[in-house]
Design a protein around this ligand. Structure first.
Ligand SMILES: Nc1ncnc2c1ncn2[C@@H]1O[C@H](COP(=O)(O)OP(=O)(O)OP(=O)(O)O)[C@@H](O)[C@H]1O
Ligand SMILES: [Mg+2]
Length: 268
């Protein structure tokens, strides 16, 4: 369980990136965080694994204040895949990179090899195991950063824009990873600008604007017509399916099949 109470984060240059966030994320929940560039999404989640410490307010992991926990203890609970993979990747070989986190958590020999192999399989990088991460393209470095976090097997997984740079197959991989984590009862927090991914893969959506949470609910609730103004205020546009679904009386999260059927049957 992650509990954020009145969190404020001011960077050394005076930027008030998070400005009073209250949020409770239950065990085994999958939530997406959306909102305009610079609204504080990454700053917020960097508090979950102790990468950043609150300027004001508290973050609790399983009832324990992060302020009192060492980074190592936090890392065992919360794995965070960075928005920019190049700030995360440091090893000269893909497998070494993926092994680093689980090795730090105490995994050795066969257990370590299995964790690395499974994580590379999940992101489709099995064949690239011996390569230098910097010989991979951006989308694969993004998947490598994700694999490094998966290999740690933390109860909570935080993904900062996991679908950035991914083609359809990459997005599908990420969706399957989220679904598998969900099925295993793990908590997933993902930041994304891909509204389709958000609406289809997450039962809960949190919307941020200027360092605060302005909406929090199911995709159906958050993307409902009554919120379109608030969403526009943080430069979020509900996916076309949501907008058309509302017009056709199918609600804001119609399936493609329902949408197509309604459009085909529409008189005129
Ligand atoms: N290290 C830093 N020092 C100073 N200001 C920062 C730092 N990192 C982020 N900021 C600023 O804090 C604010 C929030 O940034 P943050 O990266 O949390 O937003 P975000 O919602 O993740 O944006 P994006 O969608 O572009 O990733 C922005 O104004 C940003 O410029
Ligand atoms: Mg960000």
């Amino acid at each position: 369980m992650i509990e954020v109470r009145g969190l404020v984060h001011v960077y050394p240059d005076g930027t008030r990136a998070v400005d009073g966030v209250h949020l409770r994320i239950g065990d085994g929940e999958q939530i997406a965080i959306i909102g305009q560039n610079g609204s504080g999404k990454s700053t917020l989640v960097r508090h979950f694994n102790g990468l950043l410490r609150p300027t004001l307010g508290d973050v609790l992991i399983d009832g324990q204040l992060t302020a009192g926990l060492r980074v190592a203890a936090l890392a065992a609970n919360v794995g965070l895949a960075f928005q920019d993979p190049d700030r995360q990747i440091f090893a000269g070989q893909v497998r070494t990179e993926v092994a680093f986190g689980p090795h730090n958590l105490g995994l050795r020999s066969a257990a370590l090899e299995t964790a690395v192999t499974k994580a590379l399989d999940a992101v489709g990088l099995t064949e690239q195991g011996e390569r230098n991460p910097y010989d991979l393209g951006f989308s694969n470095r993004k998947l490598l950063a994700l694999a490094s976090i998966l290999a740690m097997g933390t109860p909570t997984v935080v993904l900062d824009e996991p679908t950035t740079g991914q083609d359809l197959r990459g997005v599908e991989r990420v969706r399957r990873i989220v679904a598998d984590l969900a099925a295993a009862g793990r908590t997933v927090v993902a930041i994304s600008h891909d509204m389709r991914f958000v609406a289809e893969a997450f039962p809960r959506v949190v919307v941020m604007r200027a360092g605060r949470v302005i909406l929090d609910g199911t995709p159906g609730e958050v993307f409902a017509e009554a919120n379109w103004g608030a969403l526009a205020g943080t430069y979020v546009e509900p996916q076309l399916a949501s907008r058309v679904g509302v017009r056709l009386g199918l609600g804001s999260t119609p399936t493609d099949a329902a949408l197509i059927e309604a459009l085909v049957k529409r008189p005129g």
